[in-house]
Ligand binder design. Sequence first.
Ligand code: MOS
Length: 738
Amino acid sequence: MIGAPQPRVDGRAKVTGTAKYAYEEPVPSALCAVMVTSTIAAGRVSAIDTSDTRGVPGLVAILTHENAPRVDGDAAGAHTATGQSDRKLKVLQTPDVFYDRQPVALVVADTFEHAIDAAARVRVTYEKAPVAATMESPGAVEYTPQTANQNPPDTTRGDFDAAFSSAPIKLDNLYVTPTEFHNPMEPHAVLAAWSGDRLTMYDASQGVFSRRSSLAKILGIPESNIRVVAKFIGGGFGSKGGINPHHVLAAIAAKVVNRPVKLALTRPQMFGGHGNRPRTEQRIRVAADRSGKLLALAHDSRSQASRYDDFIENTAVISRMLYAVDNQITTHRGVRHDVVTPTYMRAPGESSGSFALESAMDELAYAVSLDPLQLRLLNYADSDPEEKKPWSSKSLRACYDQAAARFGWSRRTPEPRSMHTSDGLLVGYGMATATYPSNRSSASAQATLHGDGTAFVTSGGVDIGTGAYTAFTQVAAEALGMPVERVRFDLGDTTMPPAPQAGGSQLTASVANAVHEAGMDMRKRIAALATADASSPLHGRSFDELGFANGRAFVRAHPSTGEAYVDIVRRSGNGTLTARADVQHDRRQKGPYSSHAFGAHFVEVHVDPDFGTVRLARMVSAFAAGRIVNARTARSQFMGGAVWGVSMALHEEGRIDERTGRYMNANLENYLVPVNADIPSVEIIIVDEHDERVNPLGIKGIGEIGNVGSAAAVANAVYHATGKRVRDLPITPEKLLA
Ligand code: MOS
């Protein structure tokens, strides 16, 4: 059952609209809240005039910094490895404005329409401060962070300077990625309901337990007084991981008005307070001998940072492990200016970092006149060069081989501008490598067998749209030895056994191993009940003799000797049987092996030589990520990530107004993402890989890797087509024609 392309168990609920998202929870008497957000990026609110809201029907309350209850935003420590002040969460506490679209008031009314009408009538006057809008603006300050997303910011090995200066082939280039914004189909939404001093929060969240813990700290109440529920999520991509301003606003507003309050962000507000993927400026220095063998690699990343909190992407970390190179430097610097604190966005670090590294590798291939794929194979890392450990498994060669064969890479002629379509477009073939670390955290699961022959299994992780309900149902069915149709899996509630966030590609590996252990524990309980009872055909048998399948325990040597679970469960005191597993795993703890998923993208683009327009023609991507739990939903995950890389290469860019520090394209009409017509063909190859070392079930995680390397593969194809190297994304016609 594990691995089967099982259709989504929640598919019917989703397509028929019976799946309830946070904003749709039918909580009686819930009011609607709408945020008023700042129209400046630095300064302070000097006055708030609400007189024009008089007469708006159904208006219940307007919260501002002058009347909002006090909360302790610092306490949550959302991103604050350094304990720096987290002003993002100190909502409505002072008149200060630190970033564009910061909430400055909250309007609560009986309907969404009344709330949005009143919000538009709130007149906010500001005292503007001089704004440092970009990393280059006067007033922007570079600093050395204490961590790069929990990695050491700087590393060295060998002697980079000596190796680089004496090398025959050297490249030194700057690669730039723009600020990018998560825009899940479901904007951030929350419904907060108090009952006395107990808070229930229905939330579009990637992790209910971490949300509960942050809320408890900010609101100053015990975790046991908070329940967070997240049943269906319309995408998160990192933006629904950490706690954000709207969570705090909904919780305090519901307290003030003494009614449940729901709050959803508008699409333009999705470019505001929860953060974004930071702009990066990455200098790559790479040196090789004339054959292309790497001698030295330096990856120095500067990235966008806020003035009031620390979040620095691990942009250069991918360069520490992807290729065999002895002499290396990696550094991370933040540049503080007047922007919101950035946050996790799908493959945070690896996504931006792989664009720089894999573009530089492509440039090196041309510099030594070697095929880009051959260059990767020449510098293949047979063990982790940073941790100096063997890989728990690595099937990157198979990914290269299978994807290259399927793509027809051998048809590529090496010279730029050497391939054309029959109607005169330039054709480019490009490739790049993908990798993402295999993470896992502590998780628990509980399974109950009922007298009617069904099982109910729970763990409090969330399904952010990826297929977790389905994957965990499959794992539970296999572990319990039951048909999938008789197993129901529920998730997304802090009343359930704890599970980590759906982030860092870790949820499946974490929860599946806990579900598996709960199933193994259940088998022991089934065996104990049956073998101890003289009326059971299994009486007197040892556990090791037994098999468990199709809702039945049996003697493996004589499969006809056995008993159905329904009959065994009847012997228990209350007619049900419950098993539980609590699997401890410290995500940061390093074992004897280094574990990563790997992959490769191969891309064909067509470029109009007169207009500089780039069209993706096709893409073939192969991934090896240990055991795949569901071949169908996994393919969707990989494909979504690969397509996002195309988007990163050709479409996405948050454009900031240098005079005001405001994002100018804060809506989907101007913030470009690909539509179906932009993505004619994406083929996903899942490479078979068995890894008995990474974790008991051999699952590496697949959520982010599709997004790694895919932008570089497109950029490399554009260079092959045009002979023009664009090192700052996105690749637009004007850059190609410049
Ligand atoms: Mo993912 S950006 O770790 O939610």
